[in-house]
Design a protein. Structure first.
Length: 431
């Protein structure tokens, strides 16, 4: 569990200011500012602990604490294993405890994300905004300009589908004749409401591989709340999800959102001191798997149709450094007949999405995204594949603003297309 800010002194003193983080920090690479770097942020936190200033009363320092992507690149590169991302979370929790969460963020975390049905209602409002002409008015009257960073980020939103994943489940879920396993699919906020086509593809892939899929009720995994220092809200959501999933029997918990996978896996640590939920969380978290990770472990059908396309892969931060999933998606992509796979330079660098970061820090986020797009252009790929809905949104936005003739797509969508193409005389692109 994240330590209290007053308890991180020993951890922060391990930073010897060597500068290894300079080469891997996305925010530093686009701003060039010392305090946009792990070393600089660690110094700010250390000086606060030493009483030089009060972290909770300095807006400029707060800016640097919240401009961190929490991507974890610096932690991997650090020869002293300084856990800067974890200490940043401690600092944010202290700021939140002292000042509270800004009203728009508080409404999103405690109003919309607190219950799945509220987010579903919010998604319907967004769909109305996109389809009713309100979007045209907002874009052509200058209204978006009044919203600052939030207005700039309006274009990041994907087209909201008419039906959620849960609306589709009665027609989608089919029990295999001879199931070789049973998994519980975690329908995260983004997958259920914004990317139900991805979720449906994941479920079809699992069922094609003779895996029975159940979809328990669920709420937000809690990672957005952690990012803003709302630890108690995160704990509450964790307990609600554990209660829901404890009523079912399954071999694994599958989520095609890397952020959710990381968040669910973290429950064991978050609740380790809770006498009731600690053992339950430990058992639950041990079963959390990314679908590519799970399929490689249990074995997946190699009989597929051809998908002729040149593809590359972007590693979500929570995937490659959180749940340690890197080679499995590549293995699946390379196994699809007709796929030409090319590696993406800096594939494991954050794309700048980072949850709501592209909303709260759009200008920095856009510069980080531009770097990602420059690397993507060099691949010549038609598909920019990933495994996280936030990355799908951000990468799709990047392709749009750079006017690149390519598509951001989830790895499970390509595998699903390959299975659907089996037996077809003509090869086809992924949809």
């Amino acid at each position: 569990m994240v330590k209290k800010f007053s308890e991180i002194g020993e951890d922060i003193c391990r930073c010897n200011r060597c500068g290894f983080c300079e080469e891997v920090c996305p925010t530093y690479r686009v701003t060039g500012e010392e305090y946009s770097l792990a070393r600089g942020r660690n110094r700010l936190m250390r000086r606060s602990l030493e009483g030089v200033f009060d972290l909770t009363k300095e807006p400029e320092i707060n800016h640097h604490i919240y401009s961190c992507l929490l991507c974890g690149n610096c932690v991997v590169a650090c020869p002293s294993s300084v856990i800067t991302d974890t200490m940043i979370k401690s600092a944010r929790a202290a700021i939140t405890a002292a000042k509270g969460t800004p009203f728009p963020i508080r409404m999103a975390l405690h109003g919309v994300l607190a219950k799945q049905r509220r987010l579903t209602l919010g998604a319907k409002v967004l769909r109305f905004y996109q389809r009713s002409g309100a979007r045209w008015l907002a874009r052509h009257t200058g209204f978006l300009g009044l919203l600052g960073s939030m207005g700039k980020a309006e274009g990041v939103l994907p087209e909201i589908p008419e039906r959620t994943l849960r609306d589709r489940l009665p027609q989608l879920l089919k029990k295999p004749a001879q199931a070789k396993g049973r998994v519980a699919y975690f329908a995260g906020c983004m997958m259920n409401n914004f990317f139900p086509d991805v979720a449906a593809a994941t479920i079809r892939v699992l069922q094609t591989n003779d895996i029975e899929v159940i979809v328990p009720t669920s709420n937000c995994c809690g990672i957005p709340h952690e990012a803003y220092g709302e630890v108690e809200a995160q704990i509450k959501l964790a307990k609600e999800n554990l209660d829901a999933f404890s009523r079912e029997q399954y071999d694994a918990v599958i989520t095609d959102c890397s952020t959710c996978a990381h968040g669910l896996h973290y429950y064991a640590e978050l609740l380790e001191d809770d006498p009731k939920y600690g053992p339950l969380a430990k058992k639950f978290s041990a079963k959390v798997k990314d679908p590519a990770q799970y399929l490689v472990e249990v074995g997946y059908k190699q009989e597929m149709g051809e998908v002729r396309a040149k593809v590359t892969y972007h590693d979500p931060c929570h995937g490659v450094r959180g749940i340690k999933v890197k080679e499995q998606p590549r293995q699946i992509l390379k196994s699809i007949p007709g796929i030409e796979f090319v590696e993406l330079n800096e594939s494991d660098w954050c794309c700048g999405g980072a949850g709501s970061y592209n909303v709260t820090h759009y200008d920095i986020s856009r510069k980080i995204l531009d770097r990602k797009m420059a690397n993507f252009k060099k691949t010549g790929a038609e598909y920019l594949v990933t495994a996280c809905p936030a990355c799908l949104m951000q990468l799709g936005h990047g392709l749009d603003v750079h006017k690149l003739p390519a598509k951001a797509i989830h790895v499970m969508q390509l595998l699903d297309q390959a299975y659907q193409n089996l037996g077809s005389r003509s090869s086809s692109k992924a949809g």
